[in-house]
Design a protein. Structure first.
Length: 169
């Protein structure tokens, strides 16, 4: 995955990612239109498929709004690189198949607008613009399978239809 980096700061909450007044929306295009609007109104209108969201520490703090990662994905972001994540937000991203990579060094070393490549399976983050690269632990196999399936519901459905156990043996 590669694209333009859109950088936001520390402690961006789920309410800032997708304000509560939009939580009743069900259409992905409508969710995407409001992503991060209170942080930077320009993001929702300008993000392109494959772009990468880069954040500081504690990204996704606050309530466990599942709509927040869904809005990020619907907007076209292919991955999130952050200094750290709020635990439940991290898990909600996994559940919808949105790759999230934890690296304080990469988050600090990527500037807004840089071209970034993220390979969560291999555990690499590359700032093409600056010529820098960071290695992080690759996704665990089970999380990788969920991401490859497009999310937890898709993963579970495919396993059940195939008569396989939910957790690989």
């Amino acid at each position: 995955m590669s694209g333009r980096a859109w950088k936001v700061g520390d402690n961006v909450s789920t309410d800032e990612i997708l304000p509560g007044r939009y939580m009743a929306l069900t259409d992905d295009a409508e969710l995407a239109a409001h992503v991060l609007e209170s942080v930077s109104p320009a993001i929702a209108a300008a993000v392109q498929p494959g772009d990468v969201l880069v954040a500081g520490a504690n990204f996704g703090t606050g309530s466990s709004r599942q709509g927040a990662p869904r809005a990020i994905s619907a907007a076209g972001f292919s991955a999130i690189v952050a200094g750290s994540f709020a635990r439940i937000f991290f898990r909600n991203c996994v559940n919808i198949g949105l790759p999230v990579v934890w690296s304080p060094e990469a988050a600090a070393g990527i500037a807004d607008g840089d071209v970034v490549e993220v390979d969560a399976v291999a555990g690499t983050i590359r700032n093409v613009t600056a010529g820098a690269e960071w290695q992080v632990p690759p996704l665990p196999d089970f999380v990788r399978l969920i991401a490859e399936a497009g999310g937890l519901a898709e993963y579970a459905g495919a396993r059940l239809r195939a008569g396989l156990p939910l957790v690989p043996q």
